[in-house]
Design a binder for this molecule. Structure first.
Ligand code: BES
Ligand code: ZN
Length: 592
């Protein structure tokens, strides 16, 4: 493969890492990992090797009993420092000893008071997209895959987990041993250490969480085994052995992260209704689309997320029915246009294949890759019919398993397997042009029609009887509430804010995402009394999907703009570096 990944310093002509053996000491005192790592190369190399790194404190580099010369010879705020290892002489392995920085971008170090139990600290990583380099020097591009093994030492009362096969060291020793026999890209490296309890859910599924929520978590995600069975029918055998989940503190920046064998999950998905099961369906689907068949660069991110959203929809259709997936599709369509309007209908990020070679991978991992990618794949399915498309999916997974591929390689494969797609679907426009094509199968939904009726009654001022309205919405599906909130004007009379919260019975529903929409409307409407609740919300939750829209609304609203910077400062120490960075970027863009 001869492409350049602008988010990384690596030069693949120098050689490729294919295995790493880690010895990791987790030091909560200094908020650092103390690491010795031995790297195996695919083939012996001579001369230089460039690795990506971010705030790594290097100690020593050894190769075959000799010292290896090294220097950080290029430095950049976004992509970090290039670690230049010099003087290889037909060597196929080397050892680095180093420490991570307390400011490692992938790691959140939480003290005991920030956890549910309050008695033990909590560490977790989030490496996607380009943060693995802050944990260990590596070829931090999704086009390089390696296996790894690890010995991790944590304080004796804590449990260490990794996205890998696990074997316990001697009881009470604080030593944990891991092995990842399938080759993974660096962004799927994951580690956590905390006071955790484990519950078995099924023959190959289980869940880790702090003892205080293990019960609720086990109940919420009890149906995961069923989901795997459906996923296998669509995508082929599950090749990763176990599928466990880890519930993180609320500061986890995402809903979920598809770390192989061990999905990381936000606790905001534990709502007591199993209403966010699609989050697990999504992360599980990544075990194929993403983890098995991986985007070669972040410009091809839609190959990961578009495919996963498509697979999520297909599996959810079996588990929850077509009505639900149609409703979700309407929500996604509206969201797609909302985002495109915000960023500009012809912005590069609205293309499936992101055209420019930006060095900042965060600028390429847009929600549009999910929704537009999924809509495109549905068009392909319509073009050839479900049966042929399903056979194609299976063949795609088999052909590219444990490989990384570009959009172009995908399109070549699609053309070879399903040439009619190219006759019926304007593939070039979908993939390489910004915005949405004119003609496509726009989703419709009966459940959304009900929502629209209430929305238009509201617009016409016909909703005076609270109790009647409550009756109309009380059994609504989660996505009916979401499409309703999505369909409301961004500014309403202040009294209506109270009215909306009340008739939707938001307080009872225990779903923080509703509050994201609600608070954005409150800000737009000038409902100032709600500000302390908004600040508490942004302080409690680090899931970016939930709090970034609120930050954006603050910044865009005259009366609220001054509140944005102090709010960031208030949460800086509480949230993951990834979240703090995203907030910082927003504020800086607005000159705040
Ligand atoms: N892989 C993503 C999370 C991610 C994306 C991390 C880009 C870093 C950079 C994960 O699979 C994801 O998409 N999570 C969603 C789930 C939702 C679509 C069901 C989330 O976190 O909200
Ligand atoms: Zn995803």
């Amino acid at each position: 493969m001869s492409f350049h990944d602008p988010t990384s310093y690596v030069d693949l002509s120098q050689g490729r890492i294919n295995h790493i053996d880690f010895h990791i000491l987790v030091d909560f005192e200094s908020s650092t990992l103390d690491v010795e790592a031995t790297y195996q190369l695919q083939e012996p190399i001579s001369g230089s090797l460039y690795l990506d790194s971010f705030k790594i404190e290097m100690n020593q580099a050894d190769v075959n009993g000799r010292k290896l010369e090294w220097e950080f010879d290029v430095s950049d705020d976004v992509i970090g420092k290039r670690l230049h290892l010099k003087g290889f002489e037909n060597d196929s392995s080397f050892t680095l000893t180093f420490k991570t920085s307390p400011e490692a971008r992938a790691l959140q170090w939480m003290n005991a008071s920030q956890t549910l139990g309050g008695a033990h600290p909590f560490l977790f990583s989030q490496c996607q997209a380009s943060n693995a380099r802050s944990v260990f020097p590596c070829q931090d591009t999704p086009s390089v895959r390696f296996t790894y093994s690890a010995e991790v030492e944590v304080p004796a009362e804590l449990t260490a987990v990794m996205a890998a096969e696990q074997a316990r060291g001697p009881e009470g020793s604080g030593m944990f041993i891991f092995n990842m026999p399938q080759p993974i890209p660096s962004y799927l490296f994951a580690i956590a250490a905390a006071h955790l309890e484990f519950r078995e859910l099924g023959p190959r599924t289980g869940i880790y969480a702090e003892p205080e929520i293990i019960e609720a978590a086990a109940w919420e995600f009890a149906e995961t085994e069923k989901t795997i069975i459906e996923a296998e029918k669509l995508l082929g055998p599950y090749l990763w052995g176990r599928y466990d989940m880890l519930v993180l503190p609320p500061s986890f920046p995402f809903g979920g992260m598809e770390n192989p064998r061990l999905t990381f999950l936000t606790p905001t998905a534990i709502i007591g209704t199993r209403g966010q099961a699609n989050l697990v369906t999504h992360e599980l689907a990544h075990a194929w689309t993403g983890n098995l068949v991986t985007n070669a660069t972040w410009q091809d991110f839609w190959l990961n997320e578009g495919w996963t959203t498509y697979a999520e929809t297909r599996i959810t259709e079996i588990l929850e029915g077509r009505e639900v997936t149609d409703l979700h599709a309407v929500y996604d369509e509206k969201r797609t246009f909302e985002i495109m309007q915000r960023v500009g209908m012809d912005a590069p990020v609205t293309c499936l294949k992101i055209p420019s070679g930006d060095k900042d991978s965060d600028s390429m991992t847009s929600q549009l890759a999910y929704t537009k990618g999924c809509f495109f794949l549905k068009e392909c399915e319509y073009a050839v019919g479900r049966e042929r498309f399903d056979a194609f999916i299976q063949k795609y997974m088999k052909t590219f398993q444990f490989k990384s591929l570009t959009t172009e390689e995908f399109l070549d494969f699609l053309k070879a397997e399903l040439p009619e797609v190219f006759e019926k679907v304007d593939v070039q426009t979908w993939v390489y042009k910004p915005g949405m094509p004119e003609a496509w199968h726009k989703p419709t939904s009966r459940l959304f029609d009900e929502v629209e009726n209430v929305l238009s009654d509201y617009a016409e001022g016909k909703l005076p009887q609270k109790e009647q309205v409550k009756e109309r919405v009380k059994d609504w599906h989660r996505y009916q509430i979401l499409t309703f909130l999505q369909g409301l004007p961004k500014a309403v009379p202040v009294e209506d804010c109270k009215y909306i919260e009340d008739v939707l019975e938001l307080a009872k529903r225990n779903d923080d995402y509703f509050y994201t929409y609600f608070f954005v409307i409150c800000i737009g409407s000038g409902y100032r009394e709600v500000m302390p609740r908004i600040e508490a919300f942004v302080e409690r939750i680090g899931r970016m999907l939930y709090i970034i829209p609120i930050m954006r609304a603050l910044i865009e609203t005259d009366w609220a703009r001054d509140r944005a910077r102090p709010l960031l400062e208030r949460v800086r120490e509480k949230h993951h570096p990834v979240t703090v960075n995203a907030m910082e970027v927003l504020l800086k863009k607005a000159g705040l």
